[in-house]
Design a protein around this ligand. Structure first.
Ligand SMILES: NC(=O)c1ccc[n+]([C@@H]2O[C@H](COP(=O)([O-])OP(=O)(O)OC[C@H]3O[C@@H](n4cnc5c(N)ncnc54)[C@H](O)[C@@H]3O)[C@@H](O)[C@H]2O)c1
Length: 274
């Protein structure tokens, strides 16, 4: 009976969830609060987090273990001053989850470049914006977290990639929706898997573990055509709910995974199995 809490409890550990206002990010917030962690949401959109907190029973119950900071992870000077504030406010950190990503509609491209453009006309500006956030943002957030993790004596970093960081996006499932999954998403997400391995091998001596979680697609008001095509391609015959990833994040952040580093945990209803 003692073993489960010993493995999974994150009692008062400071964990930063960068991108914690989003669909999967907020599911992480809720489950890690339930594991008694102190959660620090860092997101470019803090209003979205506030809205979700108002409606969340677990967030309301543990509001004294929840802090929110506005941060653009593509800006190194903002990241630097964010960690300075965290050091002043909390002293040290145990965990970091990089769950943000650029979707093209979270920050408008100044020139109106099309984030969803096809490969043969993919705009350089969109390529840069996606990599600046997804890949460089994860690098900078992790690099600049190190002093506070070393101060803590141990640390855990989790990067969030995607099935589309492992296999190509399947262009046949998007139909006539006018959207697809762009090349820059694929390359930035693939980069995160090897950034994870690099950090894992180079930070192990500092007692910092680094793993990656690669989710499959989540229901989010997509067209019926898309959902049907997606289900057809998925052995478990459905898209994911954000809650489908909560068990994995508790496992990765806790002692339950203490012999795991440099790995990529794939949770995709079987999408990449065939
Ligand atoms: N939802 C899916 O179907 C799916 C599938 C596979 C992988 N993923 C991955 O899971 C992660 C979470 O996905 P989601 O669906 O919850 O996304 P989401 O769009 O709901 O949330 C993303 C969050 O990142 C934040 N963000 C964007 N740009 C930022 C910036 N510059 N600085 C700080 N924060 C910023 C947004 O404000 C938002 O809160 C992403 O990395 C995504 O690539 C999602």
């Amino acid at each position: 009976m003692e073993l489960i809490p010993k493995l999974f409890n994150l009692n008062n550990k400071n964990i930063i969830i960068a991108g914690g206002s989003g669909q999967i990010g907020f599911a992480f917030v809720e489950i890690l609060l339930d594991a008694e962690a102190h959660i620090i949401i860092a997101d470019i959109d803090t209003e979205m987090a506030q809205e979700k907190i108002k409606k969340s029973e677990i967030a309301q119950q543990s509001i004294d273990r929840l802090s929110i900071y506005k941060l653009d992870v593509s800006k190194s000077d903002e990241i630097q001053s964010f960690y300075q504030t965290i050091e002043n406010d909390f002293g040290k950190i145990y965990g970091l989850i990089n769950v943000f990503h650029f979707k093209g509609n979270t920050r408008k491209l100044d020139t109106g470049s099309n984030f969803f453009a096809a490969f043969d006309e993919y705009p350089e500006e969109a390529w840069n914006a996606v990599h600046d956030i997804n890949l460089k943002g994860s690098f900078l957030m992790s690099q600049k977290a190190l002093p506070l993790m070393k101060k803590n004596g141990e640390g855990v970093i989790v990067n969030i990639s995607s099935t589309y960081g492992i296999v190509s996006a399947n262009k046949n499932i998007y139909g006539n929706s006018g959207i697809n999954s762009p090349v820059a998403y694929a390359t930035s997400k693939a980069g995160l898997i090897n950034l994870t391995r690099y950090m894992a091998t180079h930070l192990a001596d500092d007692n910092i573990r680094v793993n990656c979680l690669s989710p499959g697609g989540v229901y989010n008001n997509q067209s019926e055509e898309f959902i049907n095509n997606y289900m057809e391609k998925t052995p478990l015959k459905r898209m994911a709910e954000p809650e489908d990833y909560q068990g994995a994040i508790i496992f990765l952040m806790s002692k339950a995974s203490k012999y795991m580093t440099g790995a990529n945990l794939v949770i995709d209803g079987g999408w990449t199995a065939w």
